[in-house]
Design a protein around this ligand. Structure first.
Ligand code: ADP
Ligand code: ASP
Ligand code: MG
Length: 815
């Protein structure tokens, strides 16, 4: 014999019930079956609602009642022909009338005690089992209905009754001994107290009903049929990557369900375990799927962790005080007070020390827990021996479960590293004595992030997802998006990196997609985006709360640079091509570096110097490996190099600058380049990265421009001054030429001092042949004392700058 249980969704309507019947027809050909059914999906909740409305004297309870009625009648009419349905409807209407009277009574006396509540709720299962048994009768003649209340005997703890197993076993076996039907349908969830009152077994309790019958009859199999194909590695509604566990032990299943895997009601396992009856979790809507087998010994396929589950709505209750030290009995009083009030302790933390005990309870019990415990310890509290109970709410428990975890080292290390890396703050930790589970109390808002990252850590090919939030889609930004689109597949396959652009914005609008923005259409999407400010963009990134989030600044905007700290504080990494943050005050540069370390978030800005050239990367490697920079000589301005490479006796300085601006090599205001400020910023960043504490004012900057030109009010006026001073530049050029030298705008750093300025370099100098808009950097260090380490190549241009940003993204992904 077998016991099959079908849950609420499986019997939600006539169409689904037909599927159930088809399964039963097949099964009953092989052996006799007992079938336990839940109420039609959602009906238990609706029944609670009617009771609550009625007791609040809210007449709309009738509307909810009518909905329940309609659903049942419609199910009957669709399920069977008129010839049969009329009689069934008559019986159901009579039962519903009974329910209506009961609700009216609640409305009149406005009281909805647990005892009455059980009565009201029992209608769900009583009606569904009756209807299903009648429909089944049309297919299987030798089938019948049995009211479980006549079999399952409990105490009178209404809503959560405890089963008298001895008496229950006797009744179940004696009933089935005399019953020879192929199929017996029984309502789940309902039972009866020794006093003869209807009781219920707790929400989700139909699973337990089935297990009680299975155990009493020592059947071959217990099958729990539901709407998913087994017990999953994590709640499939929250973790897309979760998959059904093929085999799992009783203990593991118990732990997972205790910690929230709703697919199985926790008390269900015990009766099956005692008789060693295998439990299968099967999918009514996909009967061919393998499902999960719960048994004594389970083969392990996916490593030591079997599953991850979580419980929402948890509060931590802490009893604390110096008066507890060395005085026995505090924890006994705490637990017995909670137990007397029927408050379930979901978790006891290991952190319990001599002067504090901390337990996790359901949020709905938190208020009561505080009241009764403050009362229990009132005397000690008045003497200030202990503090009034501390309650922290809006928490959740996340549990990693597996029998084999105890034989593997480092599981908890991996678990907490993964949570830490994703900025999930852990409030409390508990480990089962059997080492079968490790659980952590976290903030409710972090549930999804924690589940997804732990699932990824323990169950998935280690593809790391990077969630990018990019601001600035000008030339460089849009090329970067193109490059990402091109490389996505390659990176996934070769580096196990999944690069997802979750947010993109220009200065006015922003668009987000948690699944990753379709990069072929980002331009259109952004047009339809929401209005943006730095604050709203930050809020959105924070709200997503995704692991490995990276903020990418491809603007040259100071206000954007001012937001980096807030990202880093949320453990969101920052990649910037914007130079402003790193070249502002030393204090704020230092603060960003420190925040990056403190919150474990990277702060990368390779493109601040030399565009895509690995200048900062190389410098960092020298320093990190113990070298010391003594001197840096560099040409760091692509635009100035272009200008001085093109300026000669056949043109004017004015015209060359104009041309450079036209070709996009200079900033819109060319004075930013020509003044040397941009170069000064770059050498400042290099000096800082080399470990020197410097500010912009410490960098000597002697301008080569004619007097007064930098003070010009507009760019036009500036150009006029350049034109008027043609001879100034001609002389400069002629002097250099005379000595066979080239003019180069050079940045220098020597033993803690830095300067930028125009220099005439001779043929033997490495800068002499620097072409086009190239950059060059010479690092002299203790190790590179005679011959410098040289980095040379294109130092400006959108394409190379974008690829420098991309390199930062990949570096971060490989960390
Ligand atoms: P039924 O009405 O059939 O008893 P339940 O709603 O009680 O069904 O349980 C099935 C649901 O449990 C699934 O639809 C799923 O959303 C949820 N669930 C939570 N955790 C898990 C898990 N680890 N594996 C499978 N389902 C889970
Ligand atoms: N109908 C009950 C509930 O919704 C019992 C069950 O479905 O298992 O909790
Ligand atoms: Mg259930």
């Amino acid at each position: 014999m077998k016991v099959l249980k079908f849950g609420g969704t499986s019997v939600a309507n006539a169409e689904n019930i037909s599927k159930v019947i088809a399964i039963l027809v097949q099964e009953s050909k092989k052996q006799n079956v007992a079938v336990v059914v839940s109420a039609l999906g959602g009906v238990t909740d609706a029944l609670i609602k009617t009771g609550e409305l009625a007791t609040e004297k809210d007449g709309s309870y009738i509307t909810v009642f009518e909905n329940i009625r309609e659903r049942h009648l419609e199910t009957i009419q669709t399920l069977m022909p008129k010839a049969q349905s009329n009689a069934v409807i008559k019986t159901v209407e009579a039962k519903l009338e009974e329910l209506k009277n009961l609700l009216h009574g609640i409305y009149l006396i406005n009281e909805f005690s647990d005892k009455t509540r059980d009565k009201v709720l029992s209608f769900g299962e009583l009606l569904s089992s009756y209807i299903i048994s009648k429909a089944l009768k049309l297919k299987i003649e030798k089938s019948s209905l049995k009211d479980s209340r006549e079999l399952i005997v409990t105490d009178d703890l209404h809503s959560q009754a405890n089963v008298n197993t001895n008496e229950t076993n006797i009744r179940i076996s004696s009933f089935f001994k005399s019953n020879k039907d192929k199929v017996v349908v029984l309502p789940g969830f309902v039972s009866r107290s020794e006093e003869g009152e209807t009781t219920t077994l707790g929400r989700g309790g139909s699973d337990y009903t089935a297990a009680l019958i299975a155990s009493a009859l020592k059947v071959s199999d217990l099958e729990i049929w539901t709407d998913v194909s087994g017990m999953f590695t994590a709640n499939p509604k929250l973790v897309k990557q979760a998959f059904p566990i093929e085999e799992i032990s009783y203990q593991e299943a118990m732990e997972l369900s205790h910690f929230g895997a709703k697919v199985l009601y926790p008390p269900t396992v015990q009766p099956a375990l005692q008789k060693n009856i295998p439990i299968y979790i099967k999918n009514t809507f996909q009967p061919e799927a393998k499902g999960t087998l719960i048994s004594k010994k389970a083969a392990s396929k996916n490593g030591p962790v079997r599953g991850i589950s979580h419980v929402e709505n948890i509060a931590l209750v802490t009893l604390e005080g110096n008066g507890m030290v060395g005085v026995p009995g505090f924890s006994k009083r705490l637990f017995s007070t909670l137990s007397t009030a029927q408050i379930n302790v979901v978790l006891i933390t290991q952190a319990s020390s001599e002067h504090s005990i901390c337990v996790g309870v359901y949020s709905e019990d938190a208020k009561l827990a505080k009241r009764i415990l403050d009362n229990e310890f009132a005397y000690e509290i008045s003497l200030k021996k202990i503090k009034p109970l501390l309650v922290e709410d809006n928490l959740a428990i996340i549990a990693v479960v597996g029998d084999n975890m105890k034989n593997h080292q480092g599981i908890s290390g991996r678990m907490f590293r993964s949570l830490g890396q994703n900025n999930v703050n852990v409030r409390a930790i508990a480990q089962g004595a059997s080492e079968r589970n490790i659980s952590a109390v976290i903030a409710h808002k972090d549930i999804k992030k924690a589940l997804v990252s732990l699932h990824n850590r323990f169950f998935e090919k280690q593809v790391k997802t990077l969630n990018l939030f990019l601001v600035g889609v000008g030339n460089v930004g849009s090329i970067l998006l193109d490059q990402i689109l091109q490389q996505q597949e390659y990176l996934n396959e070769n580096l196990l990196l999944n690069i997802k652009v979750v947010g993109v914005s220009n200065s006015r609008k922003m668009v987000f997609d948690e699944e990753g923005i379709d990069l072929r259409h980002w331009k259109d999407l952004i047009k339809k985006g929401q209005p943006r400010t730095n604050q709203t963009f930050f809020n959105a990134v924070k709200e997503f709360n995704l692991s490995n989030s990276i903020f990418i600044d491809v603007t040259a905007n100071e206000d954007v640079a001012n937001t980096y700290a807030s990202y880093l504080k949320e453990s969101i990494s920052v990649i910037a091509c914007n130079k402003i943050a790193c070249s502002s005050t030393y204090k704020s540069y230092r603060e960003l570096k420190d925040l990056s370390r403190k919150y474990g978030a990277s702060f990368l800005f390779e493109t601040n110097v030399g565009a895509g050239l690995p200048v900062i990367y190389t410098l960092n490697n020298l320093i990190n490996s113990g070298d010391k920079i003594t001197s840096i000589q560099a040409v760091l301005s692509g635009s100035l190099n272009f200008i001085f490479n093109n300026f000669n006796e056949n043109n004017s300085f004015h015209d060359v600058v104009k041309q450079a601006q036209k070709e996009g090599y200079t900033e819109p205001d060319p004075r930013i380049d020509l003044s040397g400020v941009d170069v000064a910023r770059k050498i400042l960043i290099l000096a800082r990265e080399a470990g020197y504490r410097m500010d912009l004012k410490d960098i000597k900057n002697e301008s080569f421009l004619p007097k007064g030109s930098l003070e010009a009010k507009t760019t036009d006026e500036f150009y006029k001054i350049l034109k008027a001073n043609d001879s100034h530049f001609e002389t400069m050029y002629a002097k250099a030429k005379e000595k066979d030298c080239q003019l180069k705008y050079v940045a220098e750093f020597n033993e803690g001092k830095a300067a930028v300025g125009l220099k005439a370099v001779d043929k033997n100098h490495p800068f002499y042949n620097l072409e086009g808009k190239d950059n060059i950097v010479l690092f002299y260090s203790e190790r590179y004392a005679q011959q410098p380490l040289i980095i040379k190549g294109a130092g400006a241009g959108a394409e190379v700058t974008a690829s420098g940003l991309f390199a930062d993204i990949i570096t971060l992904g490989r960390n």
